[in-house]
Design a protein around this ligand. Sequence first.
Ligand SMILES: [Zn+2]
Length: 397
Amino acid sequence: MNTLAALRIPRALRGVHDDLASDAVFDLHWEGARIARIEPCPPGTPAQGLLLSPLVDVHLHLDKTHTVHETGAADGDLFRAIDMIAKHREGWTPASLRPRMERGLQEAWAHGVRAVRTHLDWMTPERPPAVDVIAQLRETWRGRIEIQWASLTAVDQFDDTEWARGVARAVKAGGGVLGCFIYRHPGLPRRLGTVFDLAEANGLDIDFHVDEGLHADATGLRTIAEMALARGFTNRITCGHACSLSVQPAGEAQHTLALLAQAGITLTALPTTNLYLQGSWAETPVPRGITRLREARAAGVRTCIASDNVADPFFPYGCYDPLEAWALGVQAAHLAPAEDWLDTVTVAPAQAMKLAWDGRFAPGCPADFIVLAARDGREAMAPAGRQRRVWRQGQPA
Ligand SMILES: [Zn+2]
């Protein structure tokens, strides 16, 4: 039997003892690759560290990563970034993609990530080479990082039904998720209908890039929620970005969030990329590119934070550490107490990705865990607090 003494566990990460106070500390016992017992320490015992389940990054772009040294950065212009990556994409081959994608996974692994979902651009009818590369990487990384992928196609490209059917078939065959990009597209309900039809016909979940901008009339999120409810397509959708929700009237946004909760739609904020892309670059930005995380959670919507772009024209900085995105989100959206939001990079994305283990600690769960140097969520806001030790299958990494 192995033991670590006096660890604080965020309440949302406890599968047992979640009735005890936030500052309760526990001794963790494990046998082989499974947790055996989680025993509360006497009240007042000082914490030796903060226990987290391994991190889950639900929204990445591994096909675009580590290109910024060649493309340059878009200085906050999403549609310029789309053009820049489109040019670079013309040269993508399995041989050029694989080392960049692998590097991203290695960085994630080093930070204690156990599962990722990456979007892969699918912008012409032919199957992009990244789809074959991700299939190989899923095998290479099996047992270490669980990899899911989503096709990334603009909603108007679903009008070409032959192309769209080809995407859906490949996604199904590759164990992926149907993805779609939506920003103020005309005729959205009709076009969205095709996306839902294909998901239903192929038994696929959907992951949307939606409303990634600060125009209040970008209301794709609401259309998605209404359609999900009308079709009974519940608990199968993840929506990333939704920046425009932050500039819509509060009452309107609340109504949309209530629909999301009812439809079991997960909302993912991408603070690194969206603080970079949204808001003015001509002066200090005042409206910021972060969705209404607090209101979403209060409305009962599952909320996640993820890394999104790393070192590409969309976001020239970054790293594959979900705790960095979490810390930025905590500051940008005033998420307090910080510790209560650690489930946005652990339990919530695990549930959204329907992983076998949702990341809550209970006897019998995997002995896979991270111990932060921080003794509580507040200390985890400092880089020193995010120093970590990782255990996998009961063994220190
Ligand atoms: Zn994205």
